[in-house]
Design a binder for this molecule. Structure first.
Ligand code: NAI
Length: 270
């Protein structure tokens, strides 16, 4: 361990169970010396195992539905009280599509579901940054990260309307990143992660085929949740102060490969 986050304080959204990317980020942030508050939607807290993580990392839990400005305001105010000052890092690790959950085709969604999906998966990031920005809750040179997927740039048919939600999320990171940088010297980025076996990941139809295809296409193989946590820690650390408004691929090279030998072999078999 490198003490990369020694003395830093933050909020981590979205740890549901041990597989969650946010869970791994919390464990790694703790190892690197950070103090933080854990948060998730009230319903997820009832089902989840977050208490175990809180005990392990000496953290408090504050429930917040990330679509509620009231909850987010309470979360940020209470977190600053608990941690004794402003924040240095925030992780947004939240995604959900009602259309995917209910098995609606991309070509025939229910638009109420579509609205709920982009509110949870994208606008919640805007709302979070709204509260952080207007309450001046971030320290100078702080870092805000959200997690995304490459379906924002390229078509993966079964990713459904989450593709549009991720495109929206990445745009919000760029746009808010401008104001946060200009006014508070705070950076905002998205990490575009490989397919990862988590609750949200496995909700995507055909996930098993999808993850092994990505593995075969990526020269370095798929990035794991723990590797994603390591990358996130680097973005929270002081070693990346001038990286902002970027969508950063963390995918073993997948996004720049047209075809790999391993995939070609499958198509040239007699
Ligand atoms: P996960 O299922 O462990 O985490 C998703 C979290 O979102 C859960 O903790 C859930 O309770 C939370 N959430 C849902 N609605 C909420 C609300 N209204 N308010 C607050 N929290 C809410 O799955 P995972 O994979 O760790 O997901 C984290 C992020 O990583 C998501 O943004 C996801 O889209 C992204 N991602 C995941 C990939 C994968 O293959 N698993 C690939 C690329 C990005």
């Amino acid at each position: 361990m490198y003490n990369l986050l020694k003395g830093k304080k933050g909020i981590i959204f979205g740890a549901l169970d041990q597989n969650s990317i946010a869970w791994k980020v919390a464990e790694r942030a703790h190892e690197e010396g950070a103090e933080f508050v854990l948060t998730n939607a009230p319903i997820a807290l009832r089902m989840g195992q977050l208490k175990e993580l809180a005990e392990k990392t000496g953290s408090e839990i504050i429930p917040a539905d990330a679509t509620s400005m009231e909850d987010l305001t309470n979360l940020v105010e209470k977190s600053m009280e608990i941690l004794g000052g402003k924040l240095d890092f925030v992780l947004h690790s939240i995604g959900m599509s009602v259309n995917v959950r209910k098995g609606r085709a991309y070509t025939d969604p229910k638009y109420d579901f579509t609205t709920k999906g982009w509110d949870v998966s994208a606008v919640s990031f805007h709302k979070t940054m709204n509260v952080l920005y207007n309450k001046e809750a971030m320290n100078e040179w702080g870092s805000i990260v959200a997690l995304t997927y490459m379906a924002a740039q390229r078509v993966f048919p079964d990713y459904n309307d989450m593709a549009d939600n991720k495109a929206f999320l990445e745009s919000i990171a760029r746009s808010f990143g401008y104001f946060f940088g200009r006014d508070h010297n705070v950076r905002v980025n998205t990490i575009s992660q490989s397919p990862t076996p988590t609750t949200a990941g496995q909700g995507v139809k055909g996930f098993d085929g999808f993850i092994s295809y990505a593995e075969k296409m990526s020269p370095l193989g798929n990035a794991t949740a723990l590797e994603c946590a390591d990358y996130t820690i680097s973005l929270f650390s002081d070693l990346t102060k001038k990286v902002t408004m970027q969508n950063l691929f963390h995918d073993g090279g997948f996004s720049n490969v047209g075809v790999s030998d391993a995939v070609m072999e499958r198509f040239t078999e007699e």
